[in-house]
Write a protein that binds this ligand. Sequence first.
Ligand code: PGA
Length: 261
Amino acid sequence: MKTIIANWKMHLTVRESLALTRSVMLSLRGKATVPEVVLCPSFTALEAVHKATSKSRVKLGAQDVFWEEKGAFTGEISPRQLKELGVSLVIVGHSERRAPGGESDAMVNKKVIAVLAAGLTPIICVGETKTERQAGKAESVVRAQVKAALANLPLPLLKKEGPRTLIFAYEPVWAIGTGDPATPADAVAMHQLIRATAEAGVAGIKPKQIRVLYGGSVDGQNAYSFLREPEIDGLLVGGASLKTAEFEQILSSTLAVISNQ
Ligand code: PGA
């Protein structure tokens, strides 16, 4: 199975989100086998996109979450509030949130636990900066992020409301929005490291409960080269998910890979 996640970031109004949602659903219509497609609009558009997709195979994701269930946390949104809007997956630890002075590894860990406790699936973003890669620290940075995200994670949490997977997105910070993606070979190597670290990080977890996606300057041209790698379970797409033709191309590359499997 391959998973394609569209991260629309803070780009669209509700009306624009609905228009894009319709075009995604149109490109999947009539296909017998489709990838798992997850749309992550802004919080403001979650309810509308949920209504538009509720009878389709398209799933709804949120771009962030807070770790407390409820309380005096002005401006924050809890997992149960997202769930009420039809959300089933939540991006956690995106580099645009981790950015210096922002979200720490410890906060990412709290969010992962809160998301799972609510019966939702976390999409945990990890990835090194250019400086870290140049210093030869890419592997150690990513390994530490994965370990920290899973700290004190009890296995039973993954069974909350049915079997749950942990989704990781390897997103090298230098590749996000730059037009300079990682090579598929580099991504595969990092995916193997992420998988091994996650397997060691949660006692008793089964390999099929871990999925690792690639993100960072994915477009219609390069999507296939990532998707054809068995270690790459799918893609987290930013900029290209906002362009109808480009995203359609990514979906048709995914369909091509799925039908060859
Ligand atoms: P990009 O963004 O595809 O525009 O590089 C990916 C992301 O930030 O998730």
